[in-house]
Design a protein around this ligand. Structure first.
Ligand code: ZN
Length: 128
C-alpha cells in the first residue's frame, strides 16, 4: 500500500533510487532490485516519512532539523547518500535536479512554525 503523497512520496522514491545504486554496487543486487537489508531500510524510511510532522512542507532529510531516524538507520542512510549522491545526476538527472532545488528551501523547525502561527493569529484578531 502506498500511503505517501506529494513531496513525501517523491522523497521516498529518491531514497529508493539512491539505495538501489548503492545496493547494486555493494550488495551485488541486480539493478532495480534491493537486497533484504536495503528493502528493510526503505520500509523504515517510509514509516518515518509517514510520520513526518512537516507533511508536504517537508525539507530534504539532510536539512531537516528533526532527527527522526534511529542511530543505526541514520548511519545506513548516510552511507547510502555518500555513495549514491554524486552518482545520482548520471542515473536520474531530473530527480537529482528537483532534489537539489528542494535543498534550497529553508527548513523551519516545528516550534518555529507554531510560533509564527501564534503571531499571525494575534495580528489577525480584531482590535478591541
Ligand atoms: Zn543492499
Amino acid at each position: 500500500m502506498d500511503t505517501l503523497v506529494g513531496r513525501l512520496k517523491h522523497e521516498h522514491q529518491t531514497l529508493v533510487c539512491m539505495t538501489g545504486i548503492y545496493c547494486t554496487a555493494h550488495h551485488g543486487q541486480q539493478s532495480g532490485l534491493l537486497c533484504g537489508k536495503c528493502a528493510e531500510l526503505m520500509r523504515y524510511a517510509k514509516v518515518r516519512l509517514q510520520k513526518c510532522p512537516y507533511g508536504d512542507a517537508k525539507p530534504t532529510c539532510a536539512k531537516c532539523p528533526i532527527h527522526c531516524y534511529k542511530k543505526l538507520q541514520r548511519e545506513q542512510v548516510r552511507t547510502v547518500m555518500r555513495y549514491a549522491g554524486p552518482r545520482m545526476p548520471l542515473r536520474h538527472p531530473v530527480r537529482a535536479l528537483t532534489h537539489t532545488l528542494d535543498k534550497l528551501r529553508r527548513a523551519v523547525h516545528p516550534m518555529e512554525l507554531r510560533r509564527q502561527r501564534a503571531v499571525e493569529k494575534k495580528y489577525k484578531s480584531p482590535i478591541t
